[in-house]
Write a protein that binds this ligand. Sequence first.
Ligand SMILES: NC(=O)c1ccc[n+]([C@@H]2O[C@H](COP(=O)([O-])OP(=O)(O)OC[C@H]3O[C@@H](n4cnc5c(N)ncnc54)[C@H](OP(=O)(O)O)[C@@H]3O)[C@@H](O)[C@H]2O)c1
Length: 432
Amino acid sequence: MSEPVINIGLAGFGTVGRGVWKFLRSQEDLLACRTGARLKISKVTTRTRSKALDQGVPESMLVPSWKELVSDSQIEIIVELMGGVQEARELVMTALRSGKHVVTANKALLAAHGEELLGIAREQGKKLLFEASVAGGIPILKALQEGLVANHVKSIHGIINGTCNYILTTMRDQKRTYEDVLVDAKRLGYAEADEALDVDGYDTAHKAAVLAALAYGVWVPEAKLFTQGIRSIQQQDIAFARQLGYEVKLLAIIKNDLEETLEIRVNPTLIPLTHVLASVDGVFNAISLRGDVVGDALFYGRGAGEAPTTSSVLADLAEIAKGRGRQEAASFCKPLVKKVLQIEEIISRYYLRLTIEDKPGVLAQVATVLGVHGIGISSVIQPETHEENGVPLIIMLHDAQEQKFVEAVKEIEKLKVVQAPAVWIRVEDFSS
Ligand SMILES: NC(=O)c1ccc[n+]([C@@H]2O[C@H](COP(=O)([O-])OP(=O)(O)OC[C@H]3O[C@@H](n4cnc5c(N)ncnc54)[C@H](OP(=O)(O)O)[C@@H]3O)[C@@H](O)[C@H]2O)c1
């Protein structure tokens, strides 16, 4: 007996759209055997038609607007791969309200409107799936909702932007500046012409918002999600961090150890070289997660690119084809947290680099200010240099509340023997 056909409307034919077109065909039999249904693209819409025609999409399949996908009663699933927010939101809303399931990879859309769109999906009894929106080919969202469903997730630490990880790794290995490596990243296609979304941390923040929503049932608005990118990271800090036994990574950090309180932020972070995330180099992504039942778990793989991202889109299509429900479970749960911490409230360790006058007693003055704020020093290094314009002093600090730490740094910057600005980076020791 032949399998039922599920017709798909594909919106967007860029990197991921092209992958879905190619791999849905090459994997059609495998998916049919595994899901019991035949997934077939019946209509495609995209802005530049020639890109689709060049890949063998028949002219008869191409329609000028997504509106023709959602009004087609034969189409059961819309795959949104256009990117952007406003038009994608309109498409997803209209598709769900027209009784279609939706699969998207659009993290910017979800971070801004995920709650609203999932609400519509629920009302309509349709699925809105988005595995590819976080960490490309790594099936972390399905893991959270299926394999780890019995866990309360205590923490998530993610390297989930390949561009930033490539830049930081290359700065370290080739001892080059941020600006210099960024040029390479653009040439190699790892960074967009406008790099801001990646290097300023917003792409990571969008993905962090999606992870938090699935782990805790709460959508944290972008304005409440502290986001700091990697533009200000200097090669010398990466080198000093290595001397101290740390690696600098852009991390998404989500913690829920305090009852009903969520800590969520994106910032460059020193992580111990002994931690497995420290060895995640180049464009690779990894997510380290701690559950109260499973303990520590690690997910590693390619976070972007045509094939890895397509793998996740096809997994969502297969899930719909199998007729399994998963989103219902997550979205019907009561949110697990009531308060999202402000960045000033978090507790962290810190790396602090000062430029100081090369004379005795400076460390004592700095230590006094830190002591007044109740902040302890865990180690100090002062490389031997004889520069006229001051010498570096690197201090690793014990846990401190961010507000107190920032106040202490402001006072330290006012010391006559210290040149402002101080450079500091949060440190994660994975103890919680
Ligand atoms: N690339 C990745 O590795 C990756 C990984 C994870 C998630 N994602 C997400 O997946 C989505 C697609 O990414 P991508 O890299 O494939 O983007 P892309 O290469 O820029 O492709 C977007 C496609 O959508 C088309 N398009 C844009 N607006 C449209 C409209 N209003 N109507 C019809 N077509 C329209 C574009 O047409 P033109 O060809 O004329 O520009 C292009 O074909 C984004 O949300 C992205 O964040 C991407």
